[in-house]
Ligand binder design. Structure first.
Ligand SMILES: [Zn+2]
Length: 475
């Protein structure tokens, strides 16, 4: 087993269609692989596969080790590039030490994890019993991991091969849930002599509500609400309010239409200019592109009733956003956070979307309750959905110790031990297999989930050497 064999398996995998939800050909390939080598292979009803390799002679007493990767890949391509992921092999090039797919995703996430498992199963390394677990539809909601049934594998130690930075060992991830709320409001007539204005905040970086929540980027919605709140002391009518999109994205753009007395239009434009200077100064380091515009523009929607509008603005201003708590075990890790993700109006109902994350389940629930309470104060109806569990870091883990010792022995440097503030399948495994000792690592990938995804070949050498050494020392 070496990097070249792993790469050969990966090249074979690039020829097998495996878009999330369409992993059939990949599942069949794995079953064939096992059959050809007379290895035990089980498939559950969702399509998760486990291939078992019995212990080498003399290694029967070594505890079973589970190696895990996901079968599916994100299928993204440049719009101009004519390509069908369901039938065509992924085109790639080897260039400057990288394997790269120029116009599509490469699928090294997580094809390289699958390839490493296959190379291990194919090798004659003197290991204990190995169970290689291949889950489905990780990228579209971790369906395979959700559907796993306890007993599908026996091992009590698992190595997840779905990480993207060589030299980093992951020992924890966040759980999460979405909290949404609705508020049915009344409308009123546009007041005589009032003129409408569009207020828009944009130019921010946005980002992922897990990975980027601690980067102090602007949340356009929060800034818009803050501006409207300071203007509440003057007479204005709120006609529309909206911004944001997905629960896991930081809101980049938000806008509202308001109406003010015709002779106060100029003043409102001036106030927005002043606010523009304030936010530019506040975000000069973290999000320098952010700006607000305020321009007279027609809007034919009937305004939201004055009291309801004030309630909406104050409730949203009181709704928490951002980092709640940092981890004291893992430096730099956000432990708990919440994202005020989106607001939109449908008919006479205002809908709010938020999402909470934490690596500690009690803190996750407490965060969701704090958001819920803020929205209850404004008489919003609140619901929680889509909870998935986290993986709390265990710094006394045996597989962590084996992996760190191995890394130091091989490369003479300390690996970084980290956790992420986003979801991994490991959190779900832990729920079904309590006490499972886990770690996650992989070679360096870049532009993951986008055309131009690439795999660094030097990091693949180190990853394969490390994985091999860990497996042998675990035995
Ligand atoms: Zn992945």
């Amino acid at each position: 087993m070496n990097a070249a064999t792993v790469l050969d398996f990966f090249k074979e995998i690039t020829r097998i269609p495996r878009e999330s939800g369409h992993e059939g050909p990949m599942t069949a390939y794995l079953q064939e692989f096992a059959k050809a080598r007379k290895l035990e292979c089980r498939t559950d009803k969702t399509g998760n596969v486990v291939i078992v390799k019995e212990a080498a002679p003399g290694k029967e007493s070594v505890p079973t080790l589970v190696l895990q990767a996901h079968q599916d890949m994100v299928c993204e391509k440049h719009a101009h590039f004519d390509f069908d992921f369901l039938t065509q092999p992924i085109p790639y090039e080897i260039e400057d030490g990288w394997m790269v797919a120029r116009n599509t995703t490469l699928g090294a996430d997580d094809g390289i994890g699958i390839a490493a498992c296959l190379a291990l199963l194919d090798s004659d390394l003197p290991t204990g019993k190995l169970e290689c677990l291949f889950t489905i539809s990780e990228e579209t909601g971790m369906d395979g991991a959700f559907a796993l049934e306890s007993g599908f594998f026996d091992g009590k130690t698992l190595i997840n091969l779905d990480s993207e930075d060589e030299g980093q060992l992951f020992v924890g991830c966040a759980g999460g849930l979405d909290t949404t709320a609705t508020f049915e409001f009344r409308r009123e007539a546009l007041r005589k002599g009032y003129k409408t204005l569009k207020i828009k905040i944009s130019g921010g970086k946005g980002g992922h509500s897990g990975d980027d929540i601690n980067k102090e980027r602007a949340n356009a919605l929060r800034l818009l609400i803050r501006f409207l709140y300071t203007e509440l002391q003057y007479d204005f009518q709120l006609l529309t309010l909206g911004g944001g999109n997905k629960p896991n994205a930081i809101c980049r753009e938000a806008e509202a239409f308001i109406a003010v007395p015709a002779d106060e239009v100029e003043e409102m434009v001036e106030d927005a200019k002043a606010f523009d200077a304030v936010i530019k100064a506040e975000f000069a380091s973290s999000d320098p592109g952010i700006f607000i515009t305020c321009t007279p523009e027609a809007c034919l929607v009937r305004p939201i009733e004055e009291g309801d509008a004030a309630n909406i603005i104050m409730t949203l201003l009181g709704c928490p956003h951002g980092v709640e708590k940092m981890s004291m075990d893992i430096p730099g890790l956000v432990e708990t956070s919440t994202n005020l993700a989106a607001v939109r109006i449908e008919g006479d109902v205002l809908k709010v979307v938020t999402s909470q994350r934490s690596s500690v389940v009690s803190e996750l629930h407490a965060m969701a309750e704090r958001v819920e309470a803020a929205l209850f104060l404004g008489s919003f109806d609140v619901e929680h959905h889509g909870e998935y569990p986290g993986w709390k870091p265990n710094l006394d883990s045996r597989i962590l110790k084996v992996s760190v010792d191995s890394y130091k022995r091989l490369f003479g440097t300390e690996p970084e031990v980290k956790a992420i503030h986003a979801g991994l399948e490991c959190g779900l495994f832990l729920e079904k297999f309590p006490g499972l000792d886990m770690i996650s690592f992989g070679p360096t990938l870049r532009n993951v989930h986008a055309p131009g995804e690439k795999l660094e070949l030097a990091s693949l050498d180190k990853f394969v050497a490390h994985l091999t050494d860990v497996v042998l020392h675990f035995a």
